[in-house]
Design a protein around this ligand. Structure first.
Ligand code: 4AD
Ligand code: MG
Length: 431
């Protein structure tokens, strides 16, 4: 058995493909079967005089999404989608699919989401899932190459990390637990053991937001570096994203084409990302509002909202890093600069908005204790976290990157619900 994406190295050979019928065209004695196997789509040409009569009839009877194994000779052909086609010698039908619900005609998003288990077989969705795979692989490969160790964080946790308002509670034997909002606190502990680490796993937010950027369950990769300052955190995120862009450009031209995504646009982002402070950003946003360039409730001191992020993306046309935030809008663990600014960084990407949130962490025991108290967090649950500041505390920092928002940004598919195989949102728990 050979996978479709490797056909170009099998020119002239007799091979067997295993997959599903994507589409079919026919002209009397000639049938064109589009077979998909997950790695690509191949045109298989069935000539009446090259196969048995039985096989020709079986090919004619194939319906969309029927499973079928096809044998034939590979022929390189620049005009064929994927660069090669198969001259069929025989085929074996697995199962004829009857009344496959997703037809090439247009369906609404609700219908498609209800049929997500089948919708994944569509061309754009397959392309998206392959991009998602490559993006996470690139994240990991980049970090592995920089000497990071993957040390995963738990999903059941006893405490909040990113604010108590978005916690999912669950019964845990005779006590309550929360689904993790971020593996960061544990990544910090791991970084104090191994120096450079990352965790990567599902993350949960009971967000009441019904936007195209919010999921209740999403995947976050979180690197953490001991002995790091804010510049190092920013450099790492930029290096990782640029590496990822290059990987997509070298391995996924076909998928980008299926998604109608211009590779030149991606290539244009393989550059240094502008770095601005929050105050500089706020000045620009206020000036744009005054000029009537966009409308927003934003006032200096506020967190950025969706329209502000969108405006920044449009203005710069590339990801921007916003640093030195008002401490009041950021999490309790962020180190401050002595002027009421938190040493945090958000990366705002065109159309997708915030894709990265990171910071230098408060490393002083007493200051951190005070922050925990100010935020009215339960001290007992954070005792172990405070310990990290008692035994060889060092400056350190890291960031979290949302996988789905990154997929959304790079693919140009604006709704994050399409950027994860089975999305969980405020209104959806199935399939
Ligand atoms: O900015 P956030 O909340 O940062 C943290 O959780 C830090 N503890 C990370 C760290 O420093 N280790 O979330 C980080 C990223 C966001 O920038 C966004 O990409 C993604 O996680 N994210 C979401 N993605 C989809 N749906 C949601 N509801 C998301 N909330 C955050
Ligand atoms: Mg954030």
């Amino acid at each position: 058995m050979v996978r479709i994406d490797t056909l170009s190295s099998h020119d002239g050979e007799e091979v067997k493909l295993q997959g599903w019928l994507y589409n079919k065209r026919g002209k009397g004695k000639l049938l064109f079967l589009l077979l998909r196997d997950g790695s690509g789509i191949c045109q298989c040409v069935v000539a009446k005089n090259s196969v048995s009569e039985e096989d020709f009839e079986a090919a004619k009877a194939l319906t969309q999404e029927s499973s079928v194994e096809i044998c034939g000779t590979v022929k390189l052909d620049e005009r064929a989608p994927g660069g090669s086609e198969l001259k069929v010698s025989s085929l074996q039908v697995g199962q004829i699919a009857v009344d496959y619900p997703i037809t090439p005609k247009k369906h609404g998003p609700g219908f498609l989401m209800d049929h997500r288990h089948l919708w994944l077989r569509s061309k754009r969705q397959m392309a998206l899932m392959r991009l998602r795979h490559r993006i996470q692989q690139s994240f990991r490969n980049y970090l592995d190459g920089e000497g990071f160790f993957c040390v995963d964080s738990p999903i059941f946790t006893p405490n909040a990390c990113e604010g108590t308002s978005t916690l999912f509670e669950t019964k845990y034997f005779d006590q309550m637990a929360y689904l993790t909002q971020s593996g960061q606190l544990y990544a910090e502990a791991s970084a104090m053991a191994l120096g450079r680490v990352y965790c990567f796993g599902p993350t949960f937010r009971a967000e009441k937001s019904k936007t195209r950027r919010h999921l209740t369950e999403f995947w976050m990769l979180e690197p953490e570096i001991a002995y790091a300052d804010l510049d190092q955190v920013c450099d790492l995120a930029e290096g990782m994203l640029r590496h990822t862009i290059r990987q997509l450009l070298s391995h996924h031209r076909g998928d980008l084409e299926d998604l109608e995504r211009d590779p030149e646009l991606l290539a244009s982002w393989d550059r240094e990302f502008p770095r601005l402070t929050y105050d500089e950003t706020a000045d620009m946003l206020m000036a744009w509002q005054a000029e009537g360039k966009y409308e927003s409730q934003f006032r200096p001191g506020d967190d950025l909202g969706a329209p502000d992020e969108t405006m920044l993306g449009e203005h710069f046309g590339c990801p921007v890093m916003v640093t030195h935030w008002p401490a009041a809008v950021k999490a309790f663990y962020m180190k401050q600069d002595g002027h009421g600014r938190a040493l945090g960084v958000d990366i705002i990407a065109p159309t997708a908005g915030e894709i990265v949130g990171g910071a230098v962490r408060e490393d002083d025991h007493d200051v951190l204790l005070q922050r925990i108290q100010e935020h009215e967090l339960p001290i007992e649950a954070f005792q172990w976290y405070l310990d990290l500041r008692k035994y060889g505390s060092v400056p350190h920092g890291g960031f979290g990157i949302g996988l789905e928002r990154t997929v959304s940004w790079l693919s140009g598919v604006e709704h994050v619900r399409e950027c994860i195989p089975f999305p969980r949102t405020i209104g959806r728990l199935s399939p």
